[in-house]
Design a protein around this ligand. Structure first.
Ligand code: GLY
Ligand code: MN
Ligand code: MN
Length: 521
């Protein structure tokens, strides 16, 4: 990235007076010193020259996003909940990784849900639902449209400029894609403030999405409401947006199927690369990079950091360091999901015998986890409560641990809220909603989530596990250093469920046969 020009610390408003090489560092602000590695041409002649003789941009506008009509229906549902109010949903800003380099942009999930935009669209954009006289709302998408070739941004802005990050959409482009009216970001502040203030239109903003937009909203709100009252109003919007995602529409289900299919192909790639992982000093990284490379090739990215945990590492629930060896005779737990371009992600775990065959003790533990998962599947149907999934899985886990003599009492005593001894070996939950976020619908109320009733269109994981740490003196030595999790993605249907990840083998004998086939054995 050490190019001819670069932006200053205030992207979009580049410094017109480049630092001369002889400038003393003490004459420069710290922010300006990043420009010391190169010189930006600034002569009038150069500016005229770089602005000239470019071919016309392609005519026409893009076709509407397939998600656009679904996003419109979602906006209508939110609109109905907040009549007369102005609702502000930022995509969020670019986030600095270090110094002047940013992370790849991913929009806030609520913004993606209500616009249908995915991949890296569109940093700093803000969707506003403005109240209309008929009690509804008009959606307007404010963003930074493509700048002209006669602007400094065109060639000199490393964060937004066409020379640096490519041509961004025009106002017409994004309007055509989303079906939403678009406006330039400079219009946002006035639009937020219109009829607002004490006694005026109430404004709510999605909390935590964009601090700069939140500050603009606070300025527009004015008035006498306390910070706590405003925070509570914003939290109610976040809650409604989260609950809107508890059931998926037909487009979302299709995207989940695509995410799961790409994820299954990623697991196949991992198995094909297992011999190389065994050879490598950091075999877990071979597994991680096999999957993550596949996720970038086939989707937007991974939906969360891949867990590639071999041997005892599998007993560390979020082992994402992935720097260990992969040894024959051990199990390797892989928890990974492809996020497709629309930003929906799968979340799948398989625990594989590195050399292709489970030992007896590995199989015994694996089968207990599989039986726990199947018990949760048995109650995965409309009318069950979300909490029943976990309860069903825990009955099996407690029973097996009791059979193996690991509990301080009976399975029943362990299942009592005052006991829960079995949770020593599975401290996490059994299920979570899944969608645009790997832990989707996280701001939904308890009565609609944990205590909620399962409905067609809900998508969640079933993911019991057993984790026996190598230094756990309660368990027999042969169990130590074994961690097993089996995680599938489940859609509730009218009359039961569909295991979206069923094409990835789960039963130990099926896992062995699948691995043998992929490894050509
Ligand atoms: N991969 C995170 C989870 O399973 O919830
Ligand atoms: Mn999960
Ligand atoms: Mn997972």
């Amino acid at each position: 990235m050490g190019g001819m020009t670069e932006s200053t610390a205030t992207p979009g408003t580049p410094d017109a007076t480049p630092a001369a090489p002889e400038t003393s560092p003490r004459d420069q602000t710290l922010a300006d010193r990043g420009s010391n590695r190169s010189q930006r041409p600034s002569s009038e002649a150069f500016r005229r020259f770089i602005a000239e003789r470019w071919a016309d941009r392609p005519a026409g506008t893009p076709a509407p996003l397939p998600a656009a009509p679904y996003a419109a229906a979602r906006r209508a549902r939110i609109s109905a909940l907040f009549p007369g109010e102005r609702l502000v949903l930022p995509a969020g800003p670019l986030k600095t990784r270090s110094n002047d380099t940013d992370y790849r942009f991913r929009p806030h999930s609520a913004f993606a849900h209500l616009t249908g935009l995915g991949t890296d669209q569109e940093p700093d954009a803000v969707l506003v639902l403005h109240p209309t006289d008929d009690g509804g709302h008009e959606a307007v998408l404010y963003f930074r449209p493509l700048a002209g070739r006669d602007t400094e941004e065109f060639f000199a802005d490393a964060r937004y400029g066409e020379f640096w990050v490519g041509a961004r959409p025009t106002l017409d482009d994004l309007a055509a894609l989303t079906g939403v009216r678009t406006a330039a970001l400079e219009e946002l502040a006035d639009a937020l403030a219109k009829d607002a203030g004490e006694g005026g239109v109430r404004i709510r903003v999605v909390p935590g999405a964009d601090d700069a937009v939140a500050a603009q909203v606070d300025e527009a709100r004015g008035g006498t409401a306390t910070a706590d009252e405003l925070a509570e109003a914003d939290a109610a919007l976040a809650e409604a947006l989260s609950e809107l995602r508890l059931t998926k529409d037909e487009y979302e289900v299709e995207q989940m199927r695509a995410a799961v299919a790409a994820t299954i192909a990623g697991f196949e790639r991992i198995v094909r690369n297992l011999p190389r992982a065994v050879e490598h000093r950091r075999g877990e990284r071979v597994i991680e990079s096999s999957f993550d490379g596949h996720a970038r090739e086939e989707g937007n990215a991974v939906g969360y950091e891949t867990i590639a945990a071999s041997g005892d590492h599998a007993t560390t629930l979020h082992w994402t360091r992935n720097d260990g060896e992969v040894r024959p005779g051990d199990l390797v737990l892989v928890d990974a999901g492809v996020e497709v371009d629309s930003l929906y992600t799968a979340d799948v775990t398989r625990t594989l015998p590195v050399d292709g065959t489970f030992t007896d003790v590995q199989r015994r533990i694996y089968q207990a986890v599989l039986d726990a998962a199947d018990a949760a599947f048995a109650v995965a149907k409309p009318g069950s409560r979300f909490r029943d999934l976990h309860a069903a899985a825990m009955e099996v886990i407690a029973a097996r641990l009791a059979e193996w003599g690991l509990l301080p009492g009976t399975a029943e005593e362990s299942l009592d809220p005052e006991g829960q001894y079995h949770r020593r070996w599975m401290v996490h939950g059994t299920s979570h909603h899944l969608g645009l976020d790997v832990h989707d619908c996280a701001q939904a109320r308890r009565e609609l989530y944990l205590d909620g009733v399962l409905e067609p269109g809900m998508v969640f994981t079933i993911e019991p596990g057993l984790y026996f740490k190598s230094d756990d003196l309660v368990v027999p030595e042969e169990y130590r250093g074994i961690g097993v999790r089996i995680e599938d993605d489940v859609l509730i249907t009218e009359d039961g469920h569909e295991n979206l990840s069923a094409a990835l083998p789960r039963r130990p004998e099926d896992v062995e046969a699948w691995m043998a086939r992929l490894l050509g054995r």
